[in-house]
Write a protein that binds this ligand. Structure first.
Ligand SMILES: *[C@@H]1O[C@H](CO)[C@@H](O)[C@H](O)[C@H]1NC(C)=O
Ligand SMILES: *[C@@H]1O[C@H](CO)[C@@H](O)[C@H](O)[C@H]1NC(C)=O
Ligand SMILES: *[C@@H]1O[C@H](CO)[C@@H](O)[C@H](O)[C@H]1NC(C)=O
Length: 791
């Protein structure tokens, strides 16, 4: 009996060694083979791959490569390989054998010149030929600084591509650029050498067990989650990565990136997509997963400066000066802490804040995602009197505990008053006896806690995913670009911002706590006053003494934020008076960038605004489809309409798109709009018209070279702009001047020259159309911020 069993085992071994290689040979080339990442994770991951796949039909060889000369590099590499270990379920004897086999299949190469790459490729070809097996594929893992990518890519493309029939996979590590432009540049260059399907951009967070489980978890529990995974039930989502370490030793890298580029643009954004994306119909289809991820990134609402708070640990500048050998005047504003609030433009998530936070030198090391559900139950009985049946009184949450922190292992936690989750049997287990701990605001006994039976390193998972060609666990070019497109404007707007300084560790106390109000975040504690110099104080005072008259009309001036809130207030008061007086308020709004902040202010701060009785008109419009990004209507829609409740029939976009064409005179769009105005607006006199002013003195879409826009009695006209898109539709000066009230909003130092100029000139609308704004009987008010007024 035993002999028979042994024979079976022997036969099986012979069989499996025959099978090994029958599906072909895979060559793995690890560039940066002696680097930190390789030493710490990659070699171990490759060894794991070898062990896992040994009986699955592929044969392997491993080529470690670096710039270091042969002998020295080889020594360094094999030193690192001594540390390889097997998983605990493998007998020590077998482990030694596996390590031996692995080392026999591993070689070191100095890869520097074109010839080096050619001889590597020749060597792979000849050894495959010698063994008489097919080549299945070549995997190049680039664990090198990003500046080396393009050079290496060129060499791989020109001399290391396998013959047709075998695949090429090239693995890249972040950073993938520094902003949208640089990422695009790098992607473009890489694309000249590789096909999209050949590139694997790693975000190692996607290899972390808990992160990798988020989507499958949502799917497996879809029946219960579907009705609650939305804005009606979710209060907020927190995505958090806290570190205790500082940037010491790598400040030269960190200085170029900062916390948002280092971890938020990539890791935390990837986690956000896993939580918020729509579950694909077929989740084993990588393309579908990636498509839904992309759709989610594209539906993130644009960020502004107020969407984030930033901090910097106090030691940072000292460490930086020392490492970069700068003098004491060198001062960096690179943030080492950031809290960002992100909103998603979708029916599912509208209004739910997603809080993304990370920082160095904080009080603990931990990373997690916490989905907090709304609390609707009011419990009358005091807490001490409640029994287990009143579990609805407790918070309800799902926590994906990615790692570290008080809970020493990765886990998924679900409040017991939510539901008992389903996790894959065999690889996850429920943890019971944890009652003494208290986590995320509740005793652990309030949760169902599940942990993986075996903890796997993220890189081992990533390497397996590459081997299996599981592309949804990587970042495609499209998704990368979409992510940079989302983050770059915020990064630019924060570039000059001075971060809040924090002492580090537990001493931070509540210095970094921040609060969400509307779409903005701010620190809970006011900034210390000493950050404002005495110089700034005196300037503030002098502004107060300015006479509030500009071109003979009322002037309101302040810093732009204050100015915008004053104007919003003014508009609300005007609206209330108009509604009281005539039951309706006719408001005409201009395009351009200045009104954006105003519209947002109206959307987020003016809850008593009489929108129900307000008609919204457009002062001007570009001749593009009303869904085009350039359309003024799109901006109105995004910044205001989608946040307020205004009756559908009160919204009056300009008819620039008729009969499938744009602003054709034969379509009489201007007459349509004039007629609509005449029909609804009493005496065609608007209650309030909001105008901007261009640096060339244009207003609405009336430009200096279109005199007919100033002379004719027409209400609405077609005009031509000197910049694209050229064709415009606009209110005439005649119509503007009939209004009860006209407000001109001017923001930013770019406008300083024109403000100075027109403060001196008389009425010359042919040269500067804005000077033709002069209401017949109504009121004109200038809202000009300090920067535009004084620079
Ligand atoms: C990539 O390699 C192919 C084949 O060697 C070559 O024809 C092509 O020019 C290379 N591409 C670039 C951009 O160098
Ligand atoms: C799901 O996608 C996988 C991978 O593309 C495919 O093999 C499978 O047939 C698909 N399943 C269904 C039900 O369409
Ligand atoms: C209507 O507008 C004209 C021209 O601006 C003005 O003269 C007239 O008084 C206005 N009528 C009323 C009722 O407001």
């Amino acid at each position: 009996m035993l002999a028979k069993l042994l024979r079976v085992i022997v036969l099986f071994r012979v069989f499996s060694s025959l099978v090994a290689g029958s599906q072909g040979h895979i060559s793995v080339v690890l560039l940066g083979a002696t680097g930190d990442l390789a030493k710490k994770y990659l070699w171990q991951g490759l060894f794991q791959l070898y062990v896992d796949q040994i009986d699955n039909g592929h044969s392997f060889s491993f080529q470690g490569a670096a710039l270091t000369p042969q002998e020295q590099g080889q020594t360094l590499m094999f030193d690192a390989l001594k540390r390889l270990s097997c998983s605990p379920d493998i007998f020590p004897g077998r482990c030694t054998l596996l390590k031996d086999q692995f080392l026999k299949r591993t070689r070191y190469w100095q890869l520097k010149t074109a010839e080096d790459y050619i001889s590597l490729s020749r060597d792979i070809e000849s050894s495959v030929r010698k063994e008489g097996i097919q080549e299945a594929g070549r995997l190049f893992y680039l664990s090198v600084p990003a500046f080396a990518y393009v050079d290496i890519a060129r060499h791989i493309n020109s001399s290391c591509r396998p013959k047709p029939g075998a695949w090429l996979r090239v693995v890249l590590e972040k950073p993938f650029g520094h902003d949208h432009t640089s990422a695009q540049q790098l992607a473009k260059e890489l694309h000249t050498y590789f096909l999209e399907e050949e590139m694997y951009r790693v975000d190692h967070y996607l290899g972390k067990q808990i992160v990798a489980e988020i989507l499958p978890f949502r799917q497996r529990n879809q029946q219960i989650l579907d009705p609650i995974w939305n804005r009606h039930n979710v209060e907020r989502v927190e995505i958090v990565l806290k570190e205790t370490l500082d940037a010491k030793g790598r400040t030269s890298f960190y200085e170029q990136y900062g916390v948002i580029r280092d971890v938020i643009q990539n890791h935390l954004t990837e986690i956000l997509t896993c939580i918020a994306m729509e579950i694909p119909k077929n989740a084993s289809n990588s393309e579908e997963v990636l498509r839904n991820k992309l759709a989610l990134i594209k539906s993130l609402q644009p960020l502004e400066k107020a969407s984030a708070v930033i901090g910097q640990y106090q030691e940072y500048n000292g460490q930086l000066r020392e490492e970069l050998q700068k003098d004491e005047h060198h001062f960096s504003t690179t943030p080492t802490f950031a809290g960002v609030v992100v909103f998603i433009d979708s029916l599912r998530w509208d209004g739910v804040p997603f809080i993304l936070t990370s920082g160095k030198v904080l009080d603990e090391r931990v990373s997690y995602v916490r989905v907090l559900f709304k609390h609707r139950v009011f419990c009358v009985q005091s807490e001490s009197q409640r029994d287990s049946r009143s579990s609805q009184c407790k918070p309800r949450q799902i926590v994906f505990h990615i790692g570290h922190g008080e809970l020493k292992f990765p886990a998924v936690l679900v409040s017991q008053n939510l539901f008992k989750p389903i996790l894959p049997e065999g690889s996850w287990k429920e943890v019971a006896d944890l009652s003494s701990h208290h986590l995320y605001g509740q005793p652990l006994s309030d949760y169902y806690v599940y942990r993986p039976m075996e903890e796997k390193d993220a890189y081992a998972t990533i390497i397996t995913n590459i081997y299996q060609g599981k592309k949804d666990a990587f970042i495609t070019t499209q998704n990368l670009m979409a992510s940079w497109h989302f983050w770059t404007p915020l990064l630019e707007s924060l570039a000059q911002e001075v971060p809040r300084f924090y002492p580090g560790g537990t001493e931070n106390r509540n210095l970094l706590d921040f609060v969400i109000s509307g779409r903005a975040v701010s620190f809970v504690l006011e900034q210390h006053l000493e950050f404002m110099t005495s110089d700034q104080y005196s300037q503030t005072d002098s502004y107060k003494t300015m006479p509030p008259i500009f071109r003979g009309s009322q002037l309101v001036t302040a810093w732009s934020d204050t100015l915008v809130s004053l104007l919003a207030q003014d508009i609300e008061v005007t609206a209330e008076e108009a509604v009281k007086h005539s039951g309706v308020f006719h408001l005409a709004l201009s395009g351009g960038s200045s009104p954006t902040a105003l519209l947002q202010r109206l959307a987020t701060h003016h809850y008593t605004f009489p929108w129900k009785h307000t008609h919204l008109w457009m002062v001007d419009e570009r001749c593009v489809p009303l869904t085009d990004d350039e359309s003024n209507f799109v901006s109105l829609q995004e910044n205001l309409l989608q946040h307020i409740r205004v009756p559908y029939l009160h919204i009056h976009p300009m008819p620039v798109h008729m009969n499938q064409r744009l602003c054709a005179e034969e379509d009489h769009g201007t007459e349509f709009y004039s007629k609509e105005i005449s029909l609804l607006v009493k005496n065609t006199s608007f209650d309030l018209i909001l105008l901007g002013m261009g640096t060339d003195g244009h207003t609405a879409s009336i430009f200096s070279h279109t005199p007919e826009a100033m002379e004719r009695e027409q209400l609405v006209l077609l005009t031509e702009s000197p910049v694209k898109p050229h064709l415009r539709m606009s209110f005439s000066l005649h119509l503007i001047n009939k209004a009860q009230k006209v407000v001109v909003l001017v923001l930013g130092k770019r406008k300083n020259d024109i403000v100075t100029l027109i403060s001196r000139v008389k009425q010359e609308p042919q040269k500067w159309p804005i000077t033709g704004v002069n209401p017949n009987t109504g009121q004109l008010v200038w809202y000009i911020d300090y920067e535009a007024l004084f620079r």
